[in-house]
Design a protein around this ligand. Structure first.
Ligand code: KIV
Length: 279
């Protein structure tokens, strides 16, 4: 029996669908329990993106993500959140082969995490997969424009919507994802004016990343947004904090105090004078 997305008091996929054209939908990626707890009060949607393979596991591309990896991180984010709609990415290799494969993988993700929805990359080429998952009662978020799982096929991370031919293909993709029943669609790495026109063209809410402020919502990778990214920071990222410096500074001060025996100090050790029996 297919387990349905959990019916608790969380924001769900239909709530997100109804937000078309309204107050922008706030989305961030999350991969771990503590980050989910910190973000949950502030966002509408948490995406357990396959970017986890790069951000937390050090892979060169998102192709390093596996179904098991996505499920483990999906479980952690579900444990750490109570109100946001949690969407788990379907990793490359888990859905492209057939609508049946896509439905089976989506059932497994929802069954083992309790998340509200899954996301997959593709437009016209993946419409049958989206429809098959939706037919199981599992909401799907689409992902068009720049599709990181196609980076090897595309020969790099290339901005979309620069030629008339590509713009026409993007419109076909957006229409296909909408018709297949997706409740929302990420538009990534797409020319600003094209992303805005796509948003006006479909009734499915669009979530932009490197796209347009006119999209129905925005998403960023959490580590990029808080300044934790150690390699190249993409142009579309705004860093709202500088955790690289905070962590490097804390590590340097800790190292100096350990070497000088200033840490642990009297507050951080147990002596007969300590009254408490617990850590
Ligand atoms: O994997 C991911 O983090 C994503 C977002 C960038 C949309 O797909």
């Amino acid at each position: 029996m297919t387990r349905k997305p959990s019916a608790d008091s969380r924001i769900n996929a239909e709530d997100i669908r109804r937000r078309k054209g309204g107050v922008p939908i706030v989305c961030l990626t999350a991969y771990t329990y503590p980050i989910a707890r910190l973000l949950d009060p502030h966002v509408d949607l948490l995406l357990v993106g396959d970017s986890v393979a790069m951000v937390l596991h050090g892979h060169a591309t998102t192709l390093g993500a596996s179904l098991e990896m996505m499920i483990a991180h999906g479980q952690a984010v579900m444990r750490g959140s109570t109100r946001a709609c949690v969407v788990v990415d379907m990793p490359a290799g888990s859905y492209e082969a057939s609508p049946e494969q896509a439905a089976a993988s989506a059932r497994r993700i929802v069954g083992e995490t309790g998340c509200q929805a899954v996301k997959l990359e593709g437009g016209v080429d993946m419409a049958a997969q989206i429809a098959a998952i939706v037919a199981e009662g599992i909401p799907v978020m689409g992902h068009i424009g720049l599709q990181p799982q196609s980076v090897e096929k595309d020969g790099g991370y290339r901005i979309k919507g620069r030629t008339e031919e590509n713009i026409a293909a993007l419109f076909r993709d957006a229409e296909a994802v909408e018709k297949a029943g997706a409740f929302s669609v990420v538009i990534e790495g797409t020319m600003e004016d094209v992303a805005a026109k796509l948003t006006r063209h479909i009734s499915t809410p669009t979530i932009g990343i490197g796209a347009s402020a006119d999209c129905d919502g925005q998403i960023l990778v959490i580590d990029d947004m808080v300044g934790m990214t150690v390699d190249r920071v993409p142009k579309f990222v705004k860093e709202y904090a500088d955790l690289r410096s905070v962590i490097a500074d804390a590590a340097a001060r800790y190292a100096a105090e350990v070497r000088s025996r200033a840490f642990p100090g009297s507050d951080h050790v147990f002596t007969t004078a300590s009254s408490k029996d617990e850590t």
